[in-house]
Write a protein that binds this ligand. Structure first.
Ligand code: NDP
Ligand code: PMR
Length: 402
């Protein structure tokens, strides 16, 4: 199997009070309000010293080129021809680097020459084509198979990465799925509702396992980053578009999100794909803070989440109705003014990876209209330390770490 091979190697718009809305977005509605409703939106307020060996091999299942790196133990500093000490090339894993934000980030980082990107993707061929067509130099990336909807795949990815001999300096948890029009839940390999299973649980296991690798790295500025979102934050207008994120008492998560003996929703409610996505983003943001509390002091690793802006053109909206996909980008560009291009969003995430001014841990980054980064405020729920601890403990059990 090709994938196996790869794995080797504002405001009249009424902002409802937190937790009071139970309206939900279905395919009969657009932008979160029923098409029959009036949109009352006034938005005004609103180098590596490593020797790299690339093995090219073709596979029957589609001439897949898999790259594996055989890396010598790198030194943090190397001496340039002018005799100056320079930082070695860093290694950064980006999940879901085959499109959208992940791809743009991989490109932005690779272009600096300072990073080797491990593109951790579920579709090897797509990732290879994406890397090539966006012009990422061959020596600056390696594709490794990772399907976050399977915990076995996550473990296998970690093994593959370890066998590459590379150090791990930065991990970017970027991949996500969004099923806004689904009437029924779908499930991951282990039977978790697919959006929380992929966006949260898959990344939770991945980052927990790879923390050990990051601890070993001698890189001076190690970072673990998860892409959060404004839509999971109910202290914003965007976060108040129904259905709103709400993890409740975590009864569904504790039950395994399997839709059989437990609800497929974290709060134990009826399945709603848009809410499941937003809930998963709250888990992402809580996870980063819990990582910070547990490991920042000991490891020096900076743990952060971010909202890069509304990248309304990405594949994230592939499951949405065509009318939404047509109108969402102009809506975000001209009405909310929250739109950001993939290129710009990629630069923002790349900043969180490597900008010397963004080393703070336990924070949530956002950008203002002039594209300047600032430390943003999370919603009450997304900054609830007790909830973060509970999400962490329940997630540990679900992924087999406790
Ligand atoms: P895309 O759909 O373009 O990118 C998502 C990536 O995740 C794709 O590469 C996809 O792979 C990958 N992916 C999905 N499922 C899995 C899986 N099971 N295993 C491995 N990889 C998987 O969307 P975006 O670029 O917009 O999303 C990137 C991040 O940005 C997400 O975390 C999203 O929540 C966040 N975000 C996006 C915003 C936006 O406006 N677009 C706003 C705020 C946050 P494949 O190519 O194979 O489908
Ligand atoms: Mg939202 C300042 C206003 C703002 C911003 C920045 C976003 C971002 N959105 C805003 C406002 C509104 N949106 C308003 C007023 C509405 C109702 C008309 C609205 C609707 C809406 C829908 C239906 N918005 C959406 C959807 C989606 O399906 C997207 C979503 O929730 O995906 C989970 C979405 C988004 N709006 C955003 C952003 C960034 C998204 C999508 C991406 C994400 O959170 O990951």
């Amino acid at each position: 199997m090709a994938l196996q091979a790869a794995s080797l190697v504002s405001s009249s718009f009424a902002v409802p009070k937190e937790g009071k809305s139970n309206a939900s977005f279905k395919d009969s509605s657009l932008f979160g309000v029923s098409l029959s409703e009036h949109v009352k939106a006034d938005l005004s307020s609103c180098s590596l010293k490593c020797k790299s060996l690339q093995r090219e091999f073709s596979q029957r299942a589609g001439a897949v080129r898999a790259q594996t790196m055989v890396a010598a133990t790198p030194e943090v500093d190397r001496t340039s021809s002018e005799g100056k000490k320079t930082l070695r090339q860093g290694t950064c894993i980006v999940t879901g680097a085959s499109s959208g934000l992940g791809l743009a980030t991989a490109k932005a980082l690779a272009e600096t020459g300072k990073w080797h990107i491990i593109m951790a993707c579920r579709d090897f061929l797509k990732a290879e084509r994406a890397a090539k067509s966006s012009g990422i130099a061959k020596e600056n990336y390696t594709i490794m198979h990772l399907d976050l909807a399977s915990l076995d795949s996550v473990r296998q990815f970690v093994d593959t990465f370890r066998r590459s001999g590379r150090p791990l300096d930065v991990l970017v948890c970027n991949a996500a799925v969004y099923f806004p029009t689904a009437k029924e839940p779908t499930f991951s390999a282990e039977g978790f509702e697919l959006s929380v299973g992929t966006n949260h649980l898959g990344h939770f296991l991945l980052s927990r396992l790879l923390l050990e690798d990051m601890k070993k790295s001698d890189y001076p500025s190690k970072r673990l980053i998860i892409v959060g979102s404004i839509t999971g934050n109910t202290n914003t207008l965007a976060g108040n578009v129904p259905p709103k994120a709400n993890l409740g008492d975590l009864r569904g998560l504790s039950g395994g999100l399997n839709g059989l003996n437990s609800s497929s929703m974290i709060d134990g409610g009826v399945f709603d794909g848009a809410k499941a996505y937003k809930d998963s983003k709250v888990c992402n943001m809580l996870t980063m803070q819990e990582f910070h509390r547990r490991f920042h002091e000991e490891t020096g690793i900076a743990f952060a989440s971010l909202y890069p802006g509304c990248i309304a053109t990405t594949g994230l909206f592939r499951e949405h109705i065509p009318l939404f996909r047509l109108l969402f980008p102009p809506f975000q560009k001209y009405i909310t003014k929250g739109f950001v291009s993939e290129l710009e969003a990629g630069k923002r995430l790349a900043q969180v990876v490597s900008d010397p001014s963004l080393t703070k841990s336990g924070v949530y980054w956002s950008w203002n209209k002039d594209s300047a980064s600032f430390q943003n405020q999370l919603s009450e729920e997304a900054s609830d330390a007790e909830k973060a601890r509970k999400v962490w403990e329940v997630s540990e059990k679900l992924v087999g770490l406790a």
